[in-house]
Each structure stands twice: as structure tokens, then as C-alpha cells.
Design a protein around this ligand. Structure first.
Ligand code: HEM
Length: 501
């Protein structure tokens, strides 16, 4: 009898919840799919069960529901590009949605700080470390990493084997960020590994989807992250993988902190030396960070830097090789600009109009972070005639910005031509948001741009006989786990010099 009552009570409670969410919730007036309005399980279905494909529903939703869409019980997706500068500007009062960013498990990291005031203080400390000027000083380091990949392609092609260039590009981004941020002696040197250290990519794509599990079952997050590694290994290899990743990083951070305590002067200051400089930190009115904070930070930087830059290089290089006319034109520009291939430099590459168009179009189709970036509204706001109460969560996505048909007709087409007319390029820039914009714009943008220009410029200046082997555009679609990953079963982007076939 009591089981029956419990059952009935549960059904009534669930029904009441559904009715409330759909008809009486403060966002009930915003159109969107029925199930999205009543439960997070709707997005979980696409995000987790259907392998990170929620973003692929957005164009359909936009056509059906208009520019303001309720994509989960508490989140509104905006599709009108004119709103981008309201959410993501330097002066905006919109702030990162804590419910979402805490799912990353790196609460103290720059990436996840919620309050704009706290973020501005901390970011001011880090900005000089990642400034364009600092990046230019590290141009030789980036060149050396790219050079390693080019030599590897040469060696592989001489042996008649293909090079997994998609993994090589990721190795560039991991080696660059670990050396840039943690110091020369702590570079992970993935470019020297036969498999380009691809375990990191595998681990990341196994671990990050856990965010979506935590989104529907937040009570799981703390116990899972606090679990000892031995127990995690027994219970769940995915969680064990995540914890191992944190431990690897902790060992690195502790080593640097010991060096600082022992007064060991590094060849070059690391991000930890910057953030642990007690005087500077206190001048910003902040506390000197703890080991855990530094681990979060390192973890955040690695995560933010690796797949994003790897994807950008992959998409650019693939499309150049896939389009012989583009390849020919790019190569001609590079040969003319650098008669001596060893003289390629970032500053000179940036000035080349066709390469710049190739890079911009690559950034457009690599999307950066295509997951909607959620922000909380600081006051009551109105978008396209829909009023949202203070404290609502709104988001926009590069997926829709970069495919806006008014700006980019035939948006799937890789077409550097779009960017060649300066006036047109100026107009298109406002839709191009791979790094987001405003106060939370990617701090690594100058470093990432240096990597992409150097990798693409050096690759196509060096080789005129490179070919993509057994891969097509259908293999380079994305699964969105807040980082974008190519499907596990897709063919991988490999190259070989055809002169050597
Ligand atoms: C092509 C490569 C890259 C792309 C497309 C990219 C994209 C982005 C985007 C869209 C954001 C905003 C995320 C949000 O609002 O939630 C972001 C933030 C961030 N990125 Fe990148 N990123 C790239 C490379 C890098 C690199 C190389 C680093 C390392 C230095 C980095 C570190 C960060 C950090 C720390 C943040 C948080 C900034 C803040 O909140 O102040 N990213 N990135």
C-alpha cells in the first residue's frame, strides 16, 4: 500500500514539476522545444547520449522558434548576432554562469572565475604574460616546435608512411603551452613521441563529457573528484583518468613551487612565477594562490590551449590540401614572400593577405569553442521583444555566428576569397568570434594566432608535394564536449609527401 502511495506521490510531483517548468517558470514565455523547457535530460540526450550534438539542433530551433530560444529549463540561446557585443563586451555586466563553469571542476582558474571584479584583478596579473609582446619574444620557441613536426613529416614520407598530422598539430599546441607556461624543462615534448602523446587527447575526450553528467546529477561531481585514484580505477576508469591527469599536473606545479621557495632562477619566468609573485598579487588586493589553485590553473590552461589550437591548425591545413587552387595560390604567396624558407617569421606571415584569409576562414570553420557560452543577466533585459528577468542565463554560440548566411553565404564552403576585400573583411570580423570577445576573450589568442600562422605558413612554404590521405570533410565534423573533438570513428587527417609515395 505504502509503495503505491509513494509511486502516486512521485508521479504527482513529477507532473507538478513539468507543469511548473513549462507554464509558470519565469522563462515559460520563451519558445523552445517542450522537453527542453521541462528537463535538462533533453540536452543531456544530445550532449551525452548522442555524442555532443546538441549544437547541431540549433539551426532547426532557430527556424522554428525564432531568435530567442529556451534550450534548457534555465538557459536561453540568442541567435541574433547583434546581441554578441552585449553579452561579451569589455564593459558588460553580464557574468559567467557559475552553475555551468563549476562543472569544469577548476573553480579557482581564470577561466571559471564568476565575479567580473575578481576576474578583472586576476586577469590584469596574467595579461602581460600572455601579451602579444611576450608571444613575439617566444617566436623562436614556436618555430622550433613546428620545425619538429615538419622534420617528422619528412622522415615518415621517406619511409613511405603517412603522418598523423591532426595529432601532430595537437602536439604543437601542448608543447607550446607547457613550455610557455611551465618552463622549458617542463615541456611535455609530445612532438618527440612516436604517437605525438595522443593519450592526452584520448583522456580529455573521455573526461570532459563528464561535465554533462554533472549537469544532470550535480551531487555526483564532488564525490567523484574527491575519490582516491585506486578506488576510482576499480569503480570507473574514466574518473581515474581524470584524477591521474590532475595528479600529473600537481607534480609539475609542486616542482615549480619548490624551485621558487629554493630561489632557483628559471631561464624564463613561468606562469607560476607570475601568479606567485607575492608583491604583485597583494598589490591587486588578492591572496597568494594555493597549490590547488595553481593546479586548477595549469589544468585550465592546458585544457583551453590544446584542442582549440589543434583544431584550428587541422581545419586550415585540411582545407588547403583539399582545394588544389587554394593550395597553389597560398604556396605562390609564401614562396614569393620567403625566397629563403628558413626566414619565415610570424610578423612577416601576418602581413600576407592570402595566408591571412586562409587562417580566418580556417578559424571560422573550426569554430573555436562552439558550445554556447552562458552568461547571467545582471538586470531585467529585453532581447528581440522578449523580456528576461534578472538572473536569467543567456548564451550565444560561434556555431551560429560563423554560419550566419547573411555574412557567409554557403557557410559550409571553405572560401578564403570572402576575406580578401578589406571593407568586406571589416564587416565579416564582427561575426568571427572563435576566441569570443570582451572581458572574457581568450587570453591565449596572441599565442594561438602565432601557432596557427607559423604552422600553416611553415608547412606550406616547406612542402609543395603534401597530400591528405584517405580523409574527407565528413571526418572533420565535431562532437561538442565544451572542447570540440572529431568523432572517434572518423578517419584521421593524415598526410604524406606524394613525391615520396
Ligand atoms: C585557436 C585556439 C584557441 C581558441 C579558438 C580559443 C577559444 C577560447 C574561447 C572561445 C574562450 C572563451 C570561453 C568562455 O567564455 O567560456 C577562451 C578563453 C580562454 N582561453 Fe582560449 N582559445 C584558444 C587558445 C588558447 C590558448 C593557446 C590558451 C593558453 C594560453 C588559451 C587560454 C584560455 C583561457 C585561460 C581562457 C579564459 C580567459 C578568461 O576567462 O579570462 N586559449 N578561449
Amino acid at each position: 500500500m505504502s509503495a503505491t502511495y509513494t509511486g502516486i506521490t512521485l508521479v504527482v510531483l513529477v507532473a507538478a514539476r513539468i507543469i511548473y517548468q513549462h507554464y509558470f517558470h519565469p522563462l515559460a514565455h520563451i519558445p523552445g522545444p517542450f522537453w527542453a523547457s521541462v528537463t535538462n535530460l533533453h540536452r543531456f540526450y544530445y550532449d551525452y547520449i548522442r555524442n555532443g550534438t546538441y549544437y547541431r539542433q540549433f539551426e532547426r530551433y532557430q527556424a522554428k522558434y525564432g531568435p530567442v530560444i529556451r534550450i534548457s529549463p534555465s538557459e536561453i540561446l540568442l541567435t541574433d548576432p547583434t546581441h554578441y557585443d552585449k553579452l561579451y563586451s569589455m564593459t558588460t555586466d553580464f557574468y559567467k554562469d557559475p552553475t555551468f563553469y563549476r562543472l569544469t571542476g577548476t573553480d579557482d582558474a581564470l577561466f571559471a572565475i564568476v565575479r567580473n571584479e575578481d576576474h578583472s584583478r586576476y586577469r590584469a596579473l596574467l595579461n602581460p604574460f600572455f601579451s602579444r609582446r611576450s608571444v613575439l619574444e617566444q617566436g623562436t620557441m614556436v618555430r622550433a616546435k613546428v620545425e619538429k613536426l615538419l622534420r617528422r613529416i619528412e622522415r615518415d614520407s621517406e619511409k613511405g608512411v603517412t603522418t598523423e598530422i591532426w595529432a601532430g598539430f595537437r602536439a604543437i599546441s601542448v608543447d607550446v603551452i607547457t613550455e610557455y607556461a611551465f618552463g622549458t624543462e617542463r615541456c611535455w615534448n609530445f612532438l618527440e613521441k612516436q604517437d605525438f602523446g595522443i593519450w592526452y587527447n584520448h583522456l580529455a575526450r573521455t573526461v570532459v563529457p563528464m561535465m554533462y553528467v554533472f549537469q544532470v546529477a550535480p551531487w555526483l561531481q564532488k564525490p567523484m573528484q574527491a575519490m582516491p585514484i585506486w578506488l576510482a580505477k576499480v569503480l570507473n576508469p574514466i574518473v581515474a583518468g581524470m584524477l591521474e591527469m590532475v595528479e600529473v599536473t600537481r607534480v609539475d606545479v609542486e616542482r615549480v613551487m619548490r624551485d621558487i621557495e629554493d630561489g632557483v632562477k628559471p631561464e624564463r619566468e613561468t606562469i607560476f612565477h607570475t601568479v606567485l609573485d607575492a608583491e604583485k598579487v597583494k598589490a591587486q588586493g588578492m591572496q597568494v594562490p594555493t597549490v590547488q589553485h595553481m593546479v586548477d590553473e595549469a589544468f585550465g590552461f592546458l585544457g583551453a590551449a590544446s584542442e582549440t589550437a589543434g583544431n584550428a591548425m587541422t581545419i586550415c591545413a585540411f582545407h588547403v590540401l583539399y582545394n588544389p587552387e587554394i593550395h597553389k595560390r597560398l604556396r605562390a604567396e609564401l614562396v614569393q614572400a620567403f625566397p629563403d624558407a628558413s626566414k619565415v617569421s610570424f610578423m612577416a606571415l601576418e602581413k600576407l593577405p592570402y595566408l591571412t584569409a586562409v587562417v580566418k576562414e580556417g578559424l571560422r570553420l573550426s569554430y573555436g569553442v562552439l558550445h554556447p557560452l552562458p552568461r547571467v543577466t545582471p538586470t531585467t533585459v529585453e532581447f528581440n521583444g522578449k523580456v528576461l528577468p534578472k538572473g536569467s542565463v543567456v548564451s550565444m554560440t560561434s556555431w551560429l555566428m560563423h554560419r550566419n548566411p547573411e555574412a557567409f553565404p554557403d557557410p559550409e564552403k571553405y572560401d578564403p576569397e570572402r576575406w580578401l576585400d578589406p571593407a568586406m573583411a571589416f564587416y565579416l570580423e564582427r561575426f568571427l568570434v572563435p576566441f569570443s570577445k570582451g572581458r572574457r576573450i581568450c587570453i591565449g589568442q596572441p599565442l594561438a594566432m602565432c601557432e596557427v600562422y607559423m604552422a600553416i605558413g611553415m608547412l606550406f612554404r616547406r612542402f609543395d608535394d603534401l597530400k591528405a590521405i584517405d580523409v574527407g570533410p565528413e571526418d572533420l565534423v565535431y562532437e561538442d564536449y565544451f572542447g570540440a573533438f572529431h568523432p572517434k570513428k572518423a578517419r584521421k587527417f593524415k598526410v604524406m609527401r606524394v613525391g615520396q609515395e
